[in-house]
Design a protein around this ligand. Structure first.
Ligand SMILES: [Zn+2]
Length: 159
């Protein structure tokens, strides 16, 4: 058996998953081959090192690390998207406030003009409803965002 095959089988060998004949062949190779023996020692020592580093390590270590990385990255992406949405909504609100201000000014001047003829023409500015909806959306998105940040933080705390 050559070194490449030995190293391919090393994990199964350590786990005791190989049949006896193959395991005997590997044992023989490990006695003769310093390189593979070193690889074998490192592979056996690695879980112990990891366990010493932090708590018990399951066989799904990589999976759990990857899922944590992925969850963190996803939360980051969602967080960034929500932040963008908040910025857009805030800009919309500002623009509408500006438009609203213009409408108010226009309404005021109309009222001034109308009052010359004894009428009172000004109703609620048309921008009001849109502004209220925008602010509502902004508050909702911000609430979701804060909830997400809170959930992410507490998840990290418990992990
Ligand atoms: Zn070898």
């Amino acid at each position: 058996m050559d070194c490449a095959s030995v190293r391919e089988q090393l994990e199964a060998y350590i786990d005791g998953d190989l049949d006896d004949a193959l395991a005997t062949t590997l044992t023989g190779h490990l006695r003769r081959c310093g390189g593979c023996a070193e690889e074998h020692r490192a592979a056996i020592a690695l879980p112990a090192h990891l366990a010493a580093l932090r708590g018990p390590v399951g066989p799904d270590l990589v999976a759990s690390v990857m899922s944590r990385v992925r969850a963190g990255r996803l939360a980051g992406q969602v967080s960034a998207a929500l932040l963008t949405l908040e910025a857009i909504l805030a800009c919309l609100a500002l623009v509408q406030l500006g438009v609203d201000g213009l409408f108010a000014a226009a309404a005021a001047s109309l009222q001034d003009g109308a009052s010359l003829f004894g009428g009172s023409a000004a109703g609620p500015a048309p921008g009001d409803l849109a502004l209220v909806l925008t602010l509502l959306a902004l508050v909702t998105v911000t609430a979701i965002h804060l909830g997400l940040v809170g959930a992410t933080t507490s998840r990290r705390d418990t992990a």
